[in-house]
Design a protein around this ligand. Sequence first.
Ligand code: ADP
Length: 289
Amino acid sequence: MTTLQYARRVVPGAKIRLREIDAGADGGLTRDEGRARFAELNATLDAMQEELYAAGTHALLLILQGMDTAGKDGAIRNVMLNLNPQGCHVESFKVPTEEELAHDFLWRVHKVVPRKGMVGVFNRSHYEDVLVVRVHELVPEKVWRARYDQINHFERLLADTRTVIVKCFLHISKDEQKERLLAREQDVAKAWKLSAGDWRERERWDDYMAAYEDALNHCSTDYAPWYIIPANRKWYRDLAISEVLVETLRPYRDDWREALEKMSRARLAELAKFRAEQGGGSPTRAGAG
Ligand code: ADP
């Protein structure tokens, strides 16, 4: 198992407690050092995405969860900055529609998982069905409790069919959330993000933390691990997510390169055959002599 410097993997079977995990961690780095390291990791991620895309043997699913203002949108913007937009899509999960509610809770999710070769990012996810749904008692306890196993089975299916799953919980402190909500109020350019509902939800902070702890503890598996991302510092959040992605994808690179080499050899053989059939040698490149 890869060692991570910045994020914390929730070990399957372990019982984490969020209040014991420092949301303000900086890894002993200054902001500038962190940004420089992030840039390096992002360049690696860019190269990895190209291989994932071209090899077409796996998909990557990045799930982002966190309280309001935890930085899901900012993380998506920064971590995906260098990626090829043709190979990515972002899905944002809102309050379910009438049609979505008339199906099982995974119906709307399964439809939009990334196909092979693609990076899919979930801004919120099926975890809302054991978070907001639990906190607001939108379904009976028996129903949401059964969902942990259902989620594990669903993610197992995705993993078995070569979807690499990375789940990140963006961990901010309650004080930091207050600062961010107030900052939005004071900045007309950012006030569009405000919602009175955010303050209402904040009153349920402890209930949300209990729901998050259960989701992280019940649904961190070897095939779909949860990572806790200290997110009070935005630069550290981006760094920690990039590290998790790079370290998760690294073991697949040899396979992807091998698949690409095989594809290249097959294409070159096809081309050689075509040329032989034409009865000529290879054409020279313009200006090459
Ligand atoms: P953002 O993700 O930027 O906060 P919105 O302000 O539109 O976007 O919030 C989406 C809302 O949808 C959140 O309050 C979230 O809790 C809610 N939501 C998402 N999935 C579900 C679900 N399955 N059941 C109930 N509410 C949900």
